[in-house]
Design a protein around this ligand. Structure first.
Ligand code: FE2
Length: 377
């Protein structure tokens, strides 16, 4: 049985930057109105907030969708030549902002800058009749940024500048997605340790798990990964870099198509993965499939679990165990034309790790997709 334990990091992390959780994720997309429809229809997000022409903005339009604690801002430009448009031209649809909820955004920003972070946005206070929000931002890998959001003096639903977005005639039910479990970044060749040090030095994160190319390789492709966590464990950022293999690794494929470093996947938690995945499939979300032989050995590998194997096999849900328990997970296909960002659905039953026992089966499944795309050379 493959096992791994995450060291207890509480008290060990240099937690000079307390973070309460993920605040929102902003994606720059070609058509925010249609993207919002997709996240509602396919993933069960709910209409939440809007900013654009109707709120006086002239250059962009943002739709915000929500499901439990997960908030996605979907933003498109309203004219040519904008920073948002250039981002989309270069990267395709993708994550621009990973916003972090803090008690003091100015302190978080000043601390990060004093430790070497590059500024994206100096502290800015935005106000409306519901109070004020302070936001400030720093650059992370590629063109991805972290925005610190201080909302302790704000009582509105989202952020100043946004109005409530209501769609009385179309509100598909949620699918049981609850919160962001982790978000993975793909970085360039030999850049993983640079970004590990960035999160350690600038944000006080700790490296809680490492996988080398022996852990994460198939006959053909390989990658390396280190998982960074903040002090309270609410923010986990695995960082991947490609490794040499006989053929092109999925991380290299991502870097080619995204034309740089960026967010590879957003892992979202559910309390009932069988129900959630059935629902998502019926709404058109496409998942990676492992061969049915994966399930022949699954009980030997992970021992007894609460779920029947049959529905897991039917849906293609993967299982792994560590010293603290087990987890169930499944990965979508990329959600845009370029083979770049995708989602992971995860249900943790004690396990705090990331499914190392599934890496091989999973990467072989990705290779089959790469083969179909003609990018596995
Ligand atoms: Fe993941």
């Amino acid at each position: 049985m493959e096992t791994s334990t995450i060291p207890k990091i509480h008290g060990k992390a240099k937690d000079f930057m307390p973070i309460n959780g993920t605040d929102y994720i902003e994606l720059y997309v070609g058509n925010s109105k249609q993207a919002a429809h997709y996240y509602k229809t396919a993933f069960g997000f709910q209409s939440f907030a809007y900013a654009g022409l109707r709120t006086g903005l002239k250059d962009r339009e943002s739709y915000v969708v929500i499901q439990d604690k997960i908030r996605l801002i979907l933003t498109s430009p309203l004219k040519s030549g904008t920073e948002i448009g250039q981002h989309i031209d270069k990267h395709g649809d993708g994550v621009k902002v990973v916003a972090l909820w803090v008690d003091d955004a100015t302190y978080a920003y000043d601390t990060a800058i004093s430790k070497g972070a590059k500024s994206y946005m100096e502290p800015e206070t935005e106000e409306d009749e519901n109070g004020k929000v302070v936001r400030a931002g720093i650059y992370a890998y590629g063109e991805t940024v972290h925005v610190f959001v201080e909302r302790k003096d704000y009582h509105g639903t989202f952020l100043p500048g946004y109005i409530q977005w209501e769609t009385p005639d179309y509100n598909p039910a949620p699918t049981g997605l609850k919160y962001v479990d982790h978000m993975v970044g793909n970085v360039g060749w030999n850049r993983m340790n640079h970004w590990v040090e960035f999160y350690e030095k600038v944000m006080g994160f700790v490296n809680i798990l490492s996988f080398d190319d022996n852990d994460i390789s198939t006959e053909y492709t390989a990658l390396m990964s280190k998982v960074m966590s903040n002090g309270n464990g609410r923010i986990k950022f695995p960082i991947n870099e490609p490794a040499e293999g006989k053929k092109k690794s999925q991380v290299e494929e991502y870097l080619d198509f995204y034309e740089g470093e960026g967010v590879q996947h957003i892992a979202v938690a559910t309390d009932d993965i069988i129900k959630t995945v059935k629902d998502l499939r019926s709404r058109g979300v496409e998942f990676l499939r492992v061969p049915s032989t994966y399930y022949d050995a699954v009980t030997d590998r992970v021992g007894k679990i609460d779920e029947d194997i049959a529905p897991l096999k039917e849906l293609g849900i993967l299982v792994d165990r560590d010293d603290e328990g087990y987890l169930l997970q499944i990965f979508t296909k990329p959600v845009e034309p370029r083979p770049t960002m995708f989602f992971e659905i995860i249900q943790r039953k004690g396990a705090q790790s990331f499914g190392k026992g599934n890496f091989k089966a999973l990467f072989e499944a990705i290779e089959r997709e790469q083969e179909l795309r003609g990018t596995l050379h």
